[in-house]
Design a protein around this ligand. Structure first.
Ligand code: MLT
Length: 269
């Protein structure tokens, strides 16, 4: 795959862009990068233009600031669409990518044709969660990423993934360990500062798919049910034998749910 780059808003965003058809923008989680969407590219690029940026500071997108906010990331996505001359797209975000997707809806509702919120949640962090992020940021800067990878892998992945999908486990570990700790800390500061999206959910009018892995203890079913209850035009997909990174753990189920949404919106246009 060719590496593509654009320079906007003071950062050089690296992104993948493959396939043709109605565009779908995929926004990765933390501390991951655009390679987490490989299975979605493979499954859907025959019918859709699949676009996945590395969000600022993560993957190959270099950014120097000590904080990378959801607002900046959402504006980076808008700038990427501008450069690609796309007015609108389906926006799909997982976890931190979901916060960016909700932030994007906040600033650019008219640019979203449909929304996918996977393994994410609407409320802002409470004081304790903010403190945990600050503690983790300090630790990342002091110790690097390996300890976080060891600690979080058992939470990120379902029992079945850990036991029988060694390739997925190693890809997730590799994404975490290859992240620059300074940029992971910057994203943690950014997530701690994110707005509360709970009230704005009722303003989302586009078809929305809410996805959650049944074993996700980081962003559990109750978070998904809350978003589903507030977004009128939404469907909830609970993926069995998946935890936080459901798109990599059960790509066939994730892709089927996404394809269904994409078919529905193409029939209505
Ligand atoms: C993610 O996977 O993006 C993170 O779990 C998001 C978060 O820390 O809130």
């Amino acid at each position: 795959m060719d590496v593509k780059r654009i320079k906007t808003n003071g950062v050089e965003t690296v992104f993948d862009d493959e396939g043709s058809g109605p565009p779908v923008v995929l926004l990765h989680g933390f501390p991951f990068n655009r390679t987490m969407w490989g299975e979605q590219f493979e499954g859907l690029k025959g019918r859709h233009r699949m676009i996945a940026p590395d969000l600022r500071g993560l993957g190959e997108t270099i950014a120097a600031a000590a904080i990378a906010t959801m607002e900046q990331m959402a504006h980076d996505v808008a700038a990427l669409l501008d450069t690609l001359e796309l007015d609108r797209a389906v926006v799909c975000g997982l976890s931190m990518g979901g916060y960016v997707a909700l932030e994007f809806c906040h600033f650019f509702p008219e640019r979203v044709t449909a929304l996918v919120l996977a393994g994410t949640r609407a409320p802002a962090d409470n004081a304790e969660e903010k403190q945990n992020r600050e503690r983790q940021a300090t630790r990342l800067l002091a110790e690097g990423m390996k300890g976080i990878a060891d600690e979080t892998l058992p939470k990120l992945l379902a029992r079945e993934t850990l036991a029988s999908k060694a390739e997925v486990v190693s890809r997730v570990r590799q994404m975490i360990e290859s992240t620059d700790p300074r940029r992971a800390a910057a994203a943690q500061h950014g997530m701690a500062a994110r707005r509360d999206y709970s009230e704005s959910l009722t303003r989302i009018k586009v078809p929305t798919l809410v996805i959650v892995g049944r074993e996700d203890s980081i962003r559990p079913l109750s978070d998904a049910q809350f978003m589903h209850s507030k977004i009128r035009n939404s469907r909830l997909e609970v993926i069995e034998n998946a935890a936080h990174v459901s798109n990599m753990e059960r790509p066939e189920v994730f892709n089927n749910a996404l394809s269904l949404l994409l078919k529905e919106i193409s029939q209505n246009h």
